[in-house]
Design a binder for this molecule. Structure first.
Ligand code: FAD
Length: 287
């Protein structure tokens, strides 16, 4: 089933993102964690693609394993290291496994790489190519409520998003954020320039202090005072921090639903207990 159909229904949806193993050593443990998350009956699950295509075969394997468990997969695909032939054979593999949904991404440009050598300069080029090569696939893209680090301004970033939509992108998933007002303001900007495809807010529960440094560095998200206070108060007690992080993410999700955003995506980081706690917190809201 296509993601656009899943999120297009009247019901609220909750989906989870997982990441594949980096190598065969931890394949079984990660697959087992992902299977536990799948048993929570999420609306769909997205499976990331390792930087530079490093986990390509595992993304396909994990996604098709989800399909066999009756959970609709959304397979991520990055193009920064790929030429058209690689992309087309990866798409063939996805389609042979029954995967219908792709999150089409450019990927981060490694230090020292000359941008002019890229076969696909932007995700919008990849999306246009997928649309032509495999028109039946449902294609999503990424967006950044707090601006993509390469963009000169939020206006330029939002204009680029319009190009993404015109290339055939059917829905967007946001970078994580910790302040819903940032997201609501961003939605006004998108509407103003005519980005009208569905936008799925992405929420990451922060349950461990060591996560923080990387999360803020990689996402560029702001660190609201309310969240900072939570970390200052509970950060030294792992169990309390976990509970507080789950409560904070739950509050963000409830607020999003209350403001009419029916589809929410959770960066569950392969943690079944965290995914399960959030699902339980929303049991009546999602029923
Ligand atoms: P683009 O859409 O190409 O945007 C990159 C920059 O180019 C932006 O500044 C944008 O404003 C600008 N731009 C875009 N289109 C145009 C255009 N046509 N003309 C001019 N400028 C343009 N990375 C992974 O390696 N694996 C993953 O699985 C993965 N999953 C992700 C999931 C989500 C929801 C998000 C938000 C990010 C994910 N990333 C992943 C990270 C992503 O690959 C990086 O943020 C990357 O730097 C940008 O990818 P993009 O698809 O957003 O690129």
């Amino acid at each position: 089933m296509k993601i656009t159909e899943i999120i297009g229904s009247d019901k609220r949806t909750l989906s989870f993102e997982v990441f594949p193993p980096k190598n065969s050593n931890n394949y079984e443990s990660i697959r087992s964690a992902i299977d536990k998350i799948a048993r929570l009956h999420p609306s769909y699950m997205s499976v990331t693609y390792g930087a530079g295509g490093s986990t390509a075969q595992y993304t396909a394997q994990i996604a098709s394993n989800l399909k066999s468990k009756d959970v609709e997969p959304l397979a991520h695909l990055t193009c920064v290291h790929m030429n058209k032939d690689n992309i087309h054979s990866t798409l063939d593999d996805f389609m042979n496994r029954g995967i219908e949904n792709i999150l089409a991404l450019r990927g981060d440009i490694p230090d020292g790489m000359d941008k002019s050598t890229l076969e696909y300069a932007h995700a919008s080029d990849l999306i246009a190519d997928i649309k032509e090569y495999a028109p039946d696939l449902c294609i999503g893209g990424a967006c950044y409520p707090e601006i993509h680090p390469e963009s000169s301004s939020i206006e330029a970033d939002v204009r680029a998003l319009k190009m993404k939509q015109e290339s055939g992108c059917e829905f967007l998933t946001t970078q994580l954020f910790f302040d819903n007002d940032v997201f609501y303001n961003y939605m006004y900007r998108l509407l103003k320039v005519g980005v009208s495809i569905p936008v799925i807010p992405g929420i990451m529960p922060i349950t461990r202090v060591p996560q923080l440094k990387n999360v803020f560095k990689l996402s560029g998200s702001s660190y609201p005072l309310k969240f900072r206070k939570l970390v200052e108060t509970f950060g030294d007690d792992p169990e309390a921090m976990k509970q507080a992080g789950i409560a904070y993410a739950t509050e963000q999700i409830v607020d999003l639903y209350a403001n009419g955003f029916k589809a929410v995506h959770v960066y569950s980081m392969n943690m079944p207990d965290v995914a399960s706690a959030i699902r339980d917190n929303l049991s009546y809201i999602l029923s």
